[in-house]
Write a protein that binds this ligand. Structure first.
Ligand code: HEC
Ligand code: HEC
Length: 258
């Protein structure tokens, strides 16, 4: 085929959630017939991040009655229903990044739950601190979150300085991170991470911007994927590989002019 013909038929590949075909919808919101542990953990991680985007449910309107508004009056509305809002992107609650600032609640982290049988967490996930109905998160879906908590949490302290919220220099293998990024993430985010921009107006937010500012959040997104969009995830890759990718993307451009 002549080069001209290629450019004449070239189309922008759309990845907005609304335009997903049925196959992609199944990938984004459905479940495989025979679920691997890696898929289950990542699916649980997306529920932990934002269950209504992950599960295609209605976004809650009212503030979560369990949210401690007396401790933190800065947060309200749907966000207070996200697991990460009380327990953190680093799963350390008040012991981690959320020990201060606009997300402080004083609530404990979840790292101590690693290794428990997932079923043993289900009663807690429906108690007075967790007023999730079956319409919001079904029993099967709650089991995925429990599996994520029991088997998917990673202690980020060895590679993220939770005080400064920066990737610790020298962690991981930057060449390995580059190799994984260029062969997976770049399909959508571009080789320099600037093909997707979720910033608003003049504020650009590229994968490099987010890794430089919110590495604990980015580690969740690359491990489990961003809820509600057809993004891949590195759940089946080792923690070492994921740390290498985080280190590499923290070196990508953070703005348009870099
Ligand atoms: C509104 C705040 C809030 C949200 C949102 C929240 N939790 Fe909790 N969670 C708590 C509180 C409070 C406790 C009890 C902490 C304590 O015992 O000191 C708790 C305890 C837990 C525990 C038990 C920890 C332990 O050491 O016994 C687990 C597991 C847990 N939460 C998981 C989750 C998951 C998964 C989600 C999302 C589906 C979630 N939480 C959402 C407030 C919250
Ligand atoms: C198939 C396409 C695709 C691939 C491959 C992909 N992503 Fe994404 N990613 C997306 C889309 C779509 C979004 C949502 C962007 C938006 O909100 O506008 C996204 C969002 C993100 C976000 C930001 C989420 C937020 O808003 O906080 C991060 C971080 C991210 N991706 C990292 C990665 C990394 C790292 C890889 C490789 C492991 C990767 N992505 C691979 C499509 C992809």
């Amino acid at each position: 085929m002549a080069l001209g013909a290629v450019s004449a038929t070239a189309q922008t590949v759309s990845i907005t959630p609304q335009e997903h075909g049925p196959q992609q919808q199944e990938f984004v919101h459905g479940a495989p017939h025979v679920a691997s542990l890696e898929w289950t953990i990542a699916a649980g991680g997306r529920i932990y991040d934002n269950w209504w985007e992950a599960l295609d449910r209605d976004e809650p309107e009212a503030t979560n009655p369990a949210y401690p508004v007396d401790v933190n009056g800065e947060q309200s509305g749907a966000g207070t229903w996200r697991c990460k809002e009380c327990h953190g992107w680093d799963y350390m609650g008040a012991g981690g990044v959320y020990s201060k600032g606009s997300h402080f609640t004083g609530i404990k982290g979840l790292l101590a739950m690693r290794g428990v049988p997932p079923e043993s967490l289900l009663a807690t996930l429906r108690d007075e601190n967790h007023p999730y109905t079956e319409e919001m998160i079904s029993a099967e879906e709650m089991m995925r979150v429990a599996t994520f908590v029991a088997k998917g949490l990673v202690d980020m302290r060895p590679f993220i300085n939770l005080e400064t919220r920066q990737v610790i220099p020298g962690v991981g293998d930057v060449d390995r991170g580059r190799a994984i990024f260029q062969t997976t993430c770049a399909a959508c985010h571009g080789f320099d991470g600037r093909a997707l921009d979720w910033g608003e107006g003049d504020e650009h937010n590229f994968v490099g911007t987010e890794a430089a500012e919110l590495p604990d959040e980015v580690f969740n997104k690359l491990s489990n994927a961003h809820p509600g969009v057809a993004m891949i995830n590195l759940s089946a890759f080792s923690v070492e590989d994921r740390v290498s990718v985080l280190r590499y993307i923290a070196s990508l451009p953070t703005g348009l002019d870099d």
